[in-house]
Write a new protein. Structure first.
Length: 179
């Protein structure tokens, strides 16, 4: 092998390494680069444990969600805004229904659709529930009522919880059973 052949191989390797580096950089930038996590992921990561949130003397919103849920993803920026506006007055807790760790809570709160929001007053008493995506204005109205300690506003898909004992549970489809 003469020196021209060796030099040509070295140049090709350098060119190949440069192309690989450019492709890696392009893929990195296309996947979001160093941008912050998506709102849903960010909220879930900074979320308190449910037991802590329900016992710290602040009202709480517990959202049952899934990463694959488009309605949950669409509602995440509004939830993030609510959390940032009321950070010192209200706890926002996200529980992923696909995580077996939260199965007792999924069962306890009879989660049968997502997103499902459970609302708790400052003493940790459940005061309402909402199933389905909520707009920014709806979330603001609901959380303002929680912070103020007033009844939740009347809106479609939002129900107050009854103080009556719950009837024996019936078998229902779970949140992941639909196709």
């Amino acid at each position: 092998m003469d020196s021209n052949t060796a030099a040509l191989g070295r140049r090709e390797r350098m060119l190949l390494a440069a192309v690989a580096a450019l492709l890696a950089l392009g893929l990195f930038l296309l996947r979001g680069g160093l941008s912050p996590a998506a709102p849903l992921e960010k909220l879930a990561r900074q979320s308190l444990e449910p037991a802590v949130a329900l016992s710290n003397g602040r009202p709480s919103v517990v959202e049952f969600y899934a990463d694959w849920c488009e309605a949950c993803q669409a509602m995440a920026p509004a939830m993030e805004k609510v959390e940032s506006q009321h950070h010192d007055q209200l706890d926002v807790v996200l529980l992923n229904v696909d995580n077996p760790r939260w199965q007792p809570e999924v069962d306890r709160y009879d989660v049968n659709g997502i997103p499902q929001l459970e609302f708790f007053d400052a003493s940790g008493t459940r005061v309402g529930r909402a199933v389905g995506a909520r707009s920014q204005s709806e979330l603001e109205a609901l959380t303002e009522a929680l912070v103020a300690g007033t009844p939740l506003p009347a809106m479609a898909g939002v129900a107050e919880t009854s103080l009556l004992p719950q009837a024996e549970a019936t078998t229902m489809a779970g949140p992941r059973s639909h196709s």
